[in-house]
Design a binder for this molecule. Structure first.
Ligand code: BGC
Length: 826
């Protein structure tokens, strides 16, 4: 239940809302805090939380990443989370209601883990396909992004958990993200990059926002008085908290006057004592501290951790089955971009399943969006369960992983924590080679102050005889010993940059090649000497032991896969990227599939014309062989149930429901690609022309256009009617399921000015709706076009301007497949 109604007090009608009652409690709590307590409240006490302030009845507010799950305060598989498909996948459903249900599930996960504020959703735009974090954002289109983001936020908050819509704003690439100044024209800023944030603030009333690392037109976003205080809070009326991105706040006064409320993470921040001192020295205005503290207390009241304040949600929504929802979203997100001669659904007969990614499920991208699901269903698991016994063969073919994987199979490890004098402070079991301890997340008995070294130690029992490679990922002093020989004893330095997440996102470095015999265990030890806690703003312990089995000849593996394909009725090849290709912390250099995967597809397609390629990637990759295979299905990073959903769709039990939220094309053809700043600046020189807006302007044809996606039935668009009144424009599209099975269609409406205007795109997405119908039946999509679809940002007046004139409303299946048109004059 969401509380907001008036109530009766003392017999008289008091038209006081729940919000007003909460505000009264917030004011009282604020009054109970002295300057030191207020400034403490504005600073992380550790990696993920704010301090409790008992004098104000306030419990500690806990935050967690998002957006595909709720990791909680432990970076470890010990505390698993439901892993939903990547945000690109969620956007590919074009279904805001599904995004809402995802949000409800995430609120449930957050509550289970004691999390009050989810660091999500990511609503930056797919400006260049090289952006490393595309998988974590929704689309190249601001309207689609806003619609999906709005319902995601509404869903999470309907469960009583706050969101931080991120990263405000123009954090559309990763290169030099901490320092880059993105130079963005006012029109592009308003019409593209700010637009999803604006829509979400207006329609979903988020309780938080996260300001980005980067600068926009000068000031860094944690100090951007204009965009935060004047636009977001002033014009849009945002009343939530502004949380910095992790380590982004660099100046006490800059952040305070730039409207930043919470500096994360702790314990060392520019707020807390530094801020109290600045007030006492007369440099900072205590009224600004009060405003920030008030907003944090308001959030605490909303989520129910401020004594005396009734939370916004008192009865959380009914329990959601996370695995079932993950599977539903995955199959609804898969985009069938090519299906020649009805190659899919699969016909009876033997299936050769090919590709390392078919066996080793690649369910999510890299960086802070990582969660640890309790299980993952690989394509091999999913198809084995769905197909008749004996009808499936598997061949490895090629591996997308070109680096050493995390040590897991065959390892039995534990962690030993020691003080400087060698005393053992504590131990913990280690399910694998990943050590990611954030904040206070240390083994029992271990304090960060006393901790001097962490040793990951145990045995490795090889499955195969041959040359095994060992290495590690992490920065600082390490010692690696395998089978009694020390292979590395020194300091591993950062390879590329000083990104705070380099220890997560860097590459594992090989340090030992050791001949081992199958079945014979050897001792393995990796010791990390941790820096003193004060030497780094994030006082965590992050490193990874990596290992690779003996490698086979790649040509031989491809030949074996082609042979398996030749003997099957259908070959299904799963190609993939990895978190080393798509991740927070760096951008991509090209759009190619890693390793020998393109060679693999070509060899398999030559052996069997009935080849179906499943593309397991969070954002666009080049598919140079796409016209030589029978079918191409994009499965994104499909979340923990991806393999089960894949089986649903390949067998035809379910229709693939996705449509492209972003244009897929080659890098050479892509009109906007630059992500590397020059002299610290990245100029968004393309203005309002990104994504399909740019492809059309440049007259280029992508591999697959925005909005494209096939189902298993056909649709005939029969009529379009437009009802334009001064209050708004409603479009009704009538269409018939002209195929032979039930289906769902996403009806897309593009608005195209009839008189060409070179300052505007040829057309843009103005609305969409999905309909379902049985074979032969008709359905009606009724879509209200927002006023904003007819507006541009007028740089001269600094306001929105409604552009009168004649427009075509084009209804269709993608930006390139427009089926039916009406004209309207406004
Ligand atoms: C990311 C944020 C994330 C935060 C905490 C940052 O590096 O940019 O998206 O929420 O870390 O993990």
């Amino acid at each position: 239940m969401v509380t907001s109604s008036g109530f009766r007090r003392g017999g008289a009608d008091v038209a006081e809302t729940a919000e007003e009652r909460r505000e009264a409690v917030v004011e009282a709590a604020l009054g109970a805090l002295d300057l030191d307590a207020k400034t403490r409240l504005l600073a992380g006490q550790d990696m993920w939380s704010l301090p409790a302030l008992p004098e104000a009845g306030l419990a500690s507010l806990v935050m967690s990443d998002g957006p595909i799950g709720v990791r909680g305060v432990h970076w470890s598989a010990d505390d698993p989370s439901v892993a939903l498909p990547s945000p690109t996948a969620l956007a590919a459903t074009w279904d805001p209601a599904l995004a809402h249900r995802a949000g409800v599930l995430l609120a449930q996960e957050a509550r289970r883990k004691g999390v009050h504020l989810l660091l999500a959703p990511t609503v930056n735009l797919h400006r260049s396909p090289l952006g490393g974090r595309h998988f974590e954002a929704y689309s190249e289109d601001p309207y689609l992004t806003g619609r999906i983001g709005t319902e995601y936020v509404r869903g999470v908050q309907s469960g009583g958990v706050g969101t931080t819509v991120k990263h405000f704003v123009a954090n559309d690439a990763e290169t030099d993200r901490l320092t880059v100044n993105n130079v963005v024209g006012e029109r592009a800023l308003r019409e593209l990059y700010l637009a999803p944030f604006e829509a979400i603030v207006e329609n979903a009333h988020p309780w938080g926002i996260m300001t980005a690392y980067n600068s926009v037109n000068g000031p860094t976003m944690t100090e951007h008085h204009h965009l935060v205080d004047e636009v977001l809070r002033g014009t849009w009326g945002f009343d939530g908290v502004n949380v910095s991105d992790w380590t982004a706040a660099r100046s006490t006064l800059g952040a305070l006057t730039g409207g930043l409320d919470i500096a994360m993470p702790g314990p060392r921040t520019v707020y807390d004592e530094a801020l109290a001192r600045a007030v006492r020295d007369g440099e900072a205005d205590e009224a600004l501290v009060d405003e920030a503290a008030r907003r944090v207390l308001r959030l605490a009241a909303r989520v129910g951790i401020l004594q005396g304040a009734e939370p916004v949600v008192t009865d959380p929504p009914p329990t959601v089955d996370g695995a079932a929802l993950a599977r539903e979203i995955a199959r609804r997100s898969f985009v069938l971009v090519r299906n020649e001669n009805g190659a899919l659904p699969l016909k009876p007969g033997r299936v050769a399943l090919i590709g390392a990614a078919a066996r080793d499920a690649r369910v999510l991208g890299g960086g802070s969006a990582t969660v640890f699901p309790a299980r993952t269903v690989s394509p091999l698991d999913g198809l084995t369960a769905a197909l008749p016994d004996g009808s499936l063969t598997f061949a490895l073919g090629a591996d997308p992983n070109t680096e050493l994987p995390v040590a897991e199979q065959g390892f039995e490890l534990r962690v030993v924590c020691r003080a400087a004098d060698g005393t053992v402070l504590g131990t913990r079991s280690a399910p694998g080679g990943h050590i990611q301890w954030t904040g206070a997340d240390l083994p029992d008995g271990v304090t960060r102050g006393a901790l001097h070294s962490v040793e990951l130690t145990g045995t490795f029992t090889p499955h195969e005889t041959g040359t095994h490679t060992f290495g590690f990922k992490g920065l600082g002093p390490f010692r690696l010993t395998v089978a009694g020989t020390t292979h590395f004893d020194g300091v591993q330095l950062p390879a590329e940059d000083d990104d705070p997440f380099a220890a997560f996102s860097g590459s594992p470095v090989p340090h030992a090649r050791v001949e081992l015999a199958a079945g014979e265990p050897v001792d393995v030890s990796l010791t990390y000497t941790v820096p003193p806690p004060d030497d780094h703003p994030m006082s965590g312990v992050f490193f990874t032991l990596a290992h690779q089995d003996p490698q086979r000849d790649p040509d031989e593996l491809i030949a074996e896969a082609a042979e398996a394909a030749r003997e099957a009725a259908t070959a299904v090849v799963v190609v993939a990227t990895t978190e080393r290709v798509e991740s927070e912390g760096f951008d991509r250099r090209d759009l190619r599939l890693p390793g020998r995967q393109d060679d693999l597809v070509r060899a398999v397609a030559a052996a069997n014309p009935n080849t179906v390629v499943v593309v397991n990637a969070g954002s666009p990759v080049e598919l140079p062989w796409r016209d030589d295979v029978a079918a191409v299905l994009l499965s994104w990073f499909p979340g923990q149930e991806g393999g089960a959903a894949l089986a649903d769709v390949l067998t035809g039990a379910e229709e693939p429901g996705g449509r492209l939220p972003t244009t897929w094309g080659s890098l050479a053809d892509a009109p906007v690609t630059r992500v590397v700043p020059e002299n610290g600046e990245l100029v968004y020189e393309e203005g309002v022309f990104i994504g399909y807006r740019a492809w059309e302007k440049h007259g280029r044809t992508p591999a697959y256009p925005f909005g494209h996606g096939l189902g298993y039935t056909d649709w005939t668009y029969e009529s379009v009617e437009v009802d334009g009144t001064p209050a708004g424009t409603t479009v009704t599209v009538r269409l018939r399921n002209s195929g032979d099975r039930p289906g769902r269609e996403v009806v897309q409406l593009y608005l195209a000015p009839r008189e060409a205007d070179p300052t505007r795109p040829a057309r843009w997405l103005a609305g969409f709706a999905s309909v379902g119908a049985a074979p032969g039946e008709t359905a009606e999509a009724v879509v209200a076009l927002p006023r904003r679809a007819f507006e541009i940002w007028d740089e001269e007046t600094g306001s929105w301007s409604y552009v009168k004139g004649s427009y075509e409303i084009q209804a269709g299946r993608s930006i390139a497949d427009r089926r039916i048109t009406a004209t309207i004059t406004v």
